[in-house]
Design a binder for this molecule. Structure first.
Ligand SMILES: C[S@@+](CC[C@H](N)C(=O)[O-])C[C@H]1O[C@@H](n2cnc3c(N)ncnc32)[C@H](O)[C@@H]1O
Length: 327
């Protein structure tokens, strides 16, 4: 993807008459860094694999509570094993699951479980414009669009995830979901989104309160923030900064207790802050599969005490917090 792809262009044309149009020039500038920056080592492989996927109009699709399923095996001109191999060129598949033309992409994460945990607690997405910061391959964008969002924009800088999104989105080009390969720090202060999601991103940031503050700048007054992040047991004084790795991840910085996280949100200017879910991650939700063959949660926990990570920290536990930008 050396030049802007058609799906990114679809974002610009579909928002040309929206409040986002005033930010198009800034977004195009930021995207230049992605498209003209350093090439990823697997870029030629991915471009070739993408170009060779068959062009098919799915006879049916469903993006509802039963998951994301596009097309049937009968729609696909390739034999199932050949199509499966074509999809596996984009491995590892971490977020999903997806069912494409009869092939089940069993991803590392059951991202549908996260959606089930948060969905009952958020304002209806019907007719809303939503922004998903750090959206991975866009699995939740499909669920947001299916929930009635007028526009679901995701951003994520990881190149493979943009390809995976393109693989799925090309079969539903009219879906109001768009992924821009950007980092949140590159975004302008939109000030117009009805709902902003930040799921699984805060602990990757070195400056978490700055992240919360930037999320507020993307919302309209009265808009809703849906935040999901790793937390630890404790009170408003409890914060874990791993000495080195956390669950073998080197890019984890701040894990607060829920009470401290709520203070961060208040200090970042949010109101009506509610923690709606706390969940210990299970090996059913995060696991190795044939689509993600590297290590997973099972390898990140202490075999003698799975309530601890291999480093001796509390095992992964995630909180979902809803908050509002003052009206
Ligand atoms: C743990 S994954 C979460 C993916 C998805 N939101 C979910 O909950 O399943 C974190 C994602 O955040 C992205 N990310 C990390 N730093 C980011 C930043 N500064 N701006 C946007 N995305 C970022 C990563 O590329 C990665 O895809």
């Amino acid at each position: 993807m050396n030049t802007p792809d058609p799906l990114t262009e679809a974002f610009f044309s579909s928002t040309a008459a929206s409040p986002l149009a005033v930010h198009h020039a800034a977004l195009r500038d930021a995207l230049q860094q992605h498209y003209h920056g350093k090439k990823h080592g697997r870029q030629v492989e991915w471009d070739t694999a993408l170009a060779h996927l068959p062009v098919v109009v799915p006879s049916q699709y469903s993006l509802g509570p039963e998951g994301v399923s596009i097309g049937t095996a009968a729609d696909m001109p390739l034999p199932k094993a050949e199509f499966k191999a074509a999809l596996q060129a984009f491995s590892p598949w971490r977020k999903g699951p997806w069912q494409l033309f009869g092939v089940d992409i069993q991803t590392e994460w059951r991202s549908d479980w996260k959606w089930q945990r948060l969905q009952p607690h958020i304002s209806s997405l019907a007719g809303r414009t939503v922004l998903d910061i750090g959206c991975g391959n866009g699995y939740h964008l499909f669920r947001m669009a299916a929930a009635g969002a007028a526009l679901a924009v995701g951003i994520d800088p990881t190149r493979l995830f943009l390809y995976q999104f393109q693989v799925c989105k090309q079969y539903l080009p009219a879906l109001a979901a768009h992924l821009l390969p950007l980092r949140s720090e590159q975004l302008p202060a939109f000030g117009c989104f009805d709902t902003v999601f930040s799921l699984g991103v805060l602990y990757h940031r070195r400056s978490p309160i700055d992240h919360l503050t930037e999320l507020g700048t993307f919302l309209r007054p009265g808009g809703e923030l849906v935040l999901e992040t790793l937390v630890v047991p404790g009170d408003e004084q409890t914060l874990l900064v791993p000495a080195e790795r956390y669950a073998k991840m080197a890019n984890v910085w701040f894990l607060p207790a829920v009470a401290m996280l709520e203070i961060w949100l208040r200090r970042a200017g949010f109101v009506n802050i509610r923690t709606v879910d706390i969940d210990q991650t299970s090996m059913g939700e995060q696991r190795s599969t044939e689509w993600m063959t590297f290590q997973s949660l099972n390898d990140f926990l202490d075999p003698a005490d799975p309530s601890r990570t291999v480093e001796g920290y509390p095992a992964p536990r995630r909180a979902i917090v809803i908050a509002e930008k003052p009206a």
